[in-house]
Design a protein around this ligand. Structure first.
Ligand SMILES: [Zn+2]
Length: 345
């Protein structure tokens, strides 16, 4: 596998995974799935675990070329050799000319949520009957002793519903912890216990460790359209403590704590080094030529922490890289448009 192919596979794994699939509410299925095909390896692993099946084909194929992923009102056209295609135009008008689809482009896949609930309950060794508390959205998986206490474990997706989880000390596993942050329970990303990328596996130790750790406050995610690219995001540094984030349909001002870059050891009152790194990048017009220092451990850690925080900030996750890997030619560079709005020094 070439480095380029490996990078593409990594990108695909971040975008197409069990959490993404499970997180999408039924009305979104076609958008999530038909838009582009899942990398074969990933779908295969989930299919083997009987977690993935075929959904209803969508009526309109999904554009995939415009950022809104419009549903193209396509009609069937027969080719001279007898093969049939679907032809239509981008509804957003962003793509010039006609788009051609194969009939297979209407195919969808979907996760079997009940099977997922059973697999997690089995894998965690939970006791009790699995109960669908809210149709298609919240499951009570059972209970067991975890990190020194009896814990009831829930699986949840979609919008927060406080009535669905009403047991003290409950654990909520969800692809969208930000949405469930207000519930009176320990909210953990699904990936804490489930390998979302490769073969399906449940990790009890991961859950124990997460429960034992002091949890960070969850960051309220910024909601954007599926498939949005980092290159369409602008971050403007307002002052030393805040940024303004602008993306299609989004304009939000956030402090360092509100983007997950507060120092938890200091109660989020002070920013982390990753925040300082962001301000430094902004001061330098979005990139940072550091020569040999580019391999410096502190800088690499700050870049990685910034990258992770920026990725966590958006739901669903954006396409591309918020902080490009260091290169000798460019040093560090933001993958989004970064502007320094502070007065010049
Ligand atoms: Zn379109």
């Amino acid at each position: 596998m070439t480095p380029f192919e490996r990078a593409r596979l990594e990108e695909a794994r971040r975008r197409y995974n069990l959490e993404t699939l499970f997180a999408a509410d039924p009305p979104d299925w076609p958008v999530v799935i038909a838009r582009e095909r899942w990398p074969a390896g990933l779908a295969d692993a989930l299919r083997r675990a009987e977690l993935l099946g075929d959904g209803e084909p969508v009526e309109h194929p999904v554009c995939g070329r415009c950022w809104r992923h419009c549903h193209v009102d396509a009609r069937a056209v027969e080719h001279a050799d007898g093969r049939s295609f679907l032809v239509g135009a981008c509804d957003e008008g962003e793509v010039a000319g006609l788009l051609t689809f194969e009939h297979a482009d209407r195919a969808t896949v979907r996760v079997h949520p009940r099977m997922l609930a059973h697999r997690i309950a089995d894998g965690l060794g939970l006791v009790g009957v699995i109960e669908e508390v809210l149709a298609g959205r919240v499951w009570r998986l059972g209970h067991r002793a975890l990190a020194g206490a009896r814990r009831v474990v829930f699986l949840a997706r979609g919008e927060f519903d406080p009535a669905a989880v009403d047991e003290a000390g409950a654990v909520v596993l969800t692809p969208d912890p930000g949405a469930w942050a207000a519930v009176d329970a320990v909210v953990l990303p699904l990936r804490t216990v489930v390998d979302i990328h490769e073969a399906f596996a449940v990790d009890v130790d991961g859950l124990e460790a997460a429960l034992g750790r002091k949890r960070r406050k969850a960051v309220e995610p910024i909601r954007v359209a599926m498939g949005l690219d980092w290159r369409r995001v602008t971050v403007r540094v307002v002052d030393d403590d805040a940024i303004e984030i602008v993306a299609p349909g989004v304009r939000e001002r956030r402090t360092f704590a509100e983007v997950g870059l507060g120092d938890a050891r200091k109660g989020d009152r002070e920013p982390t080094r990753a925040w300082a790194f962001l301000l430094l990048l902004a001061r330098n017009g979005g990139s940072l030529q550091t020569g040999d220092a580019g391999s410096g451990e502190d800088e690499r850690k700050a870049a990685q922490a910034l990258r992770e925080a920026m990725r966590r900030l958006f739901a669903p996750e954006l396409v591309g890289n918020p902080v490009m890997p260091w290169t000798a030619a460019e040093g560090w560079r933001a993958g989004f448009h970064l502007v320094d709005g502070r007065p010049p020094r």
